[in-house]
Design a protein around this ligand. Structure first.
Ligand code: SAM
Length: 208
């Protein structure tokens, strides 16, 4: 893309983008908040009193939405590779979710399991699809594996995915784990992006 073209895109994404302006006006840390708000309005994943895990939480837009809805009787456990400024009602772990020690720490903090595992994790995109797509799939698979270990029987999993090689196989894998699998592309997810979200509800007993 030309320099002029990339400046126009930057201007659009950071200034003209209504979700960026709305996030600033409403005190959300990222425009991503609106993706979760929209999905939740339709699918009612977040409930007062629920225990929620937020994978890839920084800068905290989803955690803000989740902690507001679960309220003081609920819990939000968030993890990210990047530092995240404290949020009331959110427990934060700094680390790589793919790291066994981080996983063990999180499991230790969830003795009674979770009602919702949500992952907005995305790799640092290189722009090379053959590199980015497997990296993104790997993160989605980590989230699915984790959900299998902590979700309560009526719990749900929400995971960011990217359309491309392996995305269909991931949906099949979701269908093996959940009674119901839904695909969502919220308005706040940029049209040109291959990003979408998978929801799994109702864990099934896994057959080998
Ligand atoms: C799109 S951002 C999340 C935005 C967030 N949902 C919000 O509302 O503000 C993706 C995040 O995933 C995190 N991430 C990527 N790989 C990760 C990993 N292996 N472990 C933990 N976090 C990871 C990145 O550091 C980044 O902050």
């Amino acid at each position: 893309m030309s320099k002029a073209g990339s400046s126009r895109r930057w201007l659009h994404e950071h200034i003209a983008d209504p979700y960026v302006r709305q996030a600033q006006a409403q005190g959300y840390r990222s425009r991503a908040s609106f993706k979760l708000l929209e999905i939740n309005q339709r699918d009612r994943l977040l409930q007062p009193g629920a225990t929620v895990v937020d994978l890839g939480a920084a800068p905290g837009g989803w955690s803000q939405v989740a902690s507001t809805i679960v309220g003081p009787r609920g819990r939000v456990l968030a993890v990210d590779l990047l530092e995240m400024a404290l949020l009331p009602g959110v427990e934060f772990i700094l680390g790589d979710f793919g790291d066994a020690a981080v996983l063990e720490q999180m499991l230790g903090l969830l003795p009674d399991g979770a009602d919702l595992v949500m992952s907005d994790m995305a790799p640092n995109l290189s722009g090379v699809r053959d590199v980015d797509q497997p990296a993104a799939l790997h993160l989605a698979e980590l989230a699915l594996d984790f959900a299998g270990r902590v979700l309560k029987p009526r719990g749900a999993l929400l995971v960011k995915c990217f359309e491309g090689a392996g995305s269909q196989a991931l949906r099949v894998e979701f269908a093996r784990h959940f009674e119901q699998v839904l695909v969502r592309k919220p308005d706040a997810s940029r049209d040109r992006s291959r990003e979408h979200y998978l929801i799994g509800r109702g864990m099934l007993p896994i057959t080998p």
